[in-house]
Write a protein that binds this ligand. Structure first.
Ligand SMILES: [Zn+2]
Length: 417
């Protein structure tokens, strides 16, 4: 394992420089995908990569690939990257960090005239956030064959209805490269954690072992509307009381599978929602997450049992519909070990961590060996203009990225000095 160091100040300055494209008064970024601001940061990125001697290509869904040649250009590239789009109230680091850290890796290699055996590619994926065109991660999803191209290009803007394809053309990033079909030999993504775990543990590096699986449900509980006055308690079929017991059960199921389970009810509709009518119908959603499929299955069974028990006690009918299933995604064991060794070689405290959020890397993992590097963010806060991170942690993540990439690209020092 090599032990090279990036230029920490240059990394920070680059992050601050690109944060100007879409800067908000509160210190964040609003740079929705395929807007004029996105075009500006994309042009900036292309120019900086070309200045390093890279060839930049754009595929049909607007994903950008900056290629630094290897000694053996026939080898599949080692890739790294993330996304340049943000949430409407986004921060300076979500996505941008992964792209700028990758750019800093290239700059460090160029400074040292380092030649790697395999080519290296930096990727900026289109529409990771999904806030303008849903769903999220359309660019990496199309690359990995999760969505077909026409489906991705046809997605409408949530407000204006203009298509993703039309906006790609308008900003000049409807590329000609076919999407996918050229998986890199490995893919690394550096990202802020977007949660509180690393900060609390005072570890600058999270070795991400995979992403959580998710099961989403829609539950409808039906009882009977009745007058709140004349209806005695034993005669009631109160759908909200049943739903409340089910919601409490969801929370208990989450705690029962600690520390890795998450269980959330975030949306509830009560009908008729009138203060003097016993609720006849309640609709609510459940979001279960866990890194292991077997545990998700157990949580699923427990949810069914809890709903049956709560409904049976009050004479309610319940419909539990599984709405969405996203299997757990373990990252590549060897690549994860490479990240861990790179952290150790640099002497950085680190710990294994599971990604609670979706990332481009989660789709890449379907087509190529993949790993991620997390760094702490302050207060665990992200998708917020106050999102922040310590320069020394960002440097640590970038150093780990650099040495992990070198390990995989079989770097050798050139003969010339
Ligand atoms: Zn992100």
């Amino acid at each position: 394992m090599q032990n090279l160091q990036i230029d920490a100040q240059r990394l920070w300055d680059t992050l601050m420089e690109t944060a100007k494209f879409g800067a908000t008064p509160k210190g964040g970024i609003c740079r929705l995908t395929l807007t004029d601001l996105d075009r500006q940061v994309r042009e900036w990125f292309r120019q900086r990569c070309e200045a390093l001697g890279c060839t930049v290509t754009v595929d049909e869904v607007g994903n950008m690939f900056a290629r630094r040649p290897g000694k053996n250009d026939k080898l599949a590239p080692i890739a790294m990257g993330s996304h340049l789009d943000t949430q409407p109230t986004g921060g300076k680091f979500d996505g941008a960090y992964g792209v700028m850290a990758a750019l800093e890796v290239l700059r460090t290699l160029n400074d040292r005239r380092y030649e790697t055996e395999a080519p290296i590619e930096v990727v900026a994926w289109t529409n990771e956030e999904g806030s303008r065109f849903s769903p999220a991660m359309v660019g990496s999803g199309a690359f990995a064959g999760i969505f077909d191209l026409a489906e991705g290009l046809g997605r409408p803007d949530n407000v204006t209805g203009v298509t993703l394809e039309a906006e790609l053309e308008r900003i000049g990033f409807a590329g000609s490269e076919p999407v996918g079909g050229r998986p890199p030999a490995a893919y690394f993504e550096a990202h802020i954690e977007q949660g509180p775990i690393l900060e609390a543990a005072q570890k600058p590096i999270g070795v991400v072992t995979g992403a959580q699986g998710q099961r989403w449900y829609e539950i409808t509980v039906t009882g009977q509307e009745a007058h709140a006055g004349p209806t005695p308690m034993p005669r009631r079929r109160d759908a909200l009381v049943g739903a409340a017991r089910m919601i409490d059960a969801v929370n208990r199921i989450g705690h029962a599978h600690a520390p890795n389970a998450c269980a959330t009810v975030g949306f509830v509709q009560v009908s008729p929602n009138s203060r003097n009518t016993i609720p006849g119908r309640v609709f609510f959603t459940v979001d279960f997450r866990h890194p292991e499929d077997a545990v998700l299955s157990a949580m699923d069974r427990e949810l069914g049992q809890a709903c049956d028990a709560a409904a049976g006690a009050i004479g309610l009918e319940t419909e539990v519909k599984e709405f969405w299933y996203f299997p757990p995604t373990p990252f590549d064991r060897d690549l994860v070990a490479t990240v861990r060794r790179a952290a150790e070689a640099q002497g950085y405290p680190h710990q294994d961590i599971i990604s609670g959020a979706g990332h481009d890397a989660v789709y890449l993992a379907r087509v190529t060996p993949t790993a991620m590097i997390f760094v702490p963010c302050i207060g665990g806060i992200s998708h917020n203009e106050i999102e922040d991170a310590k320069p020394e942690d960002l440097t640590a993540g970038c150093n780990v990225l650099l040495n992990a990439i070198l390990d995989r690209a079989n770097a050798v020092l050139p003969e010339r000095g």
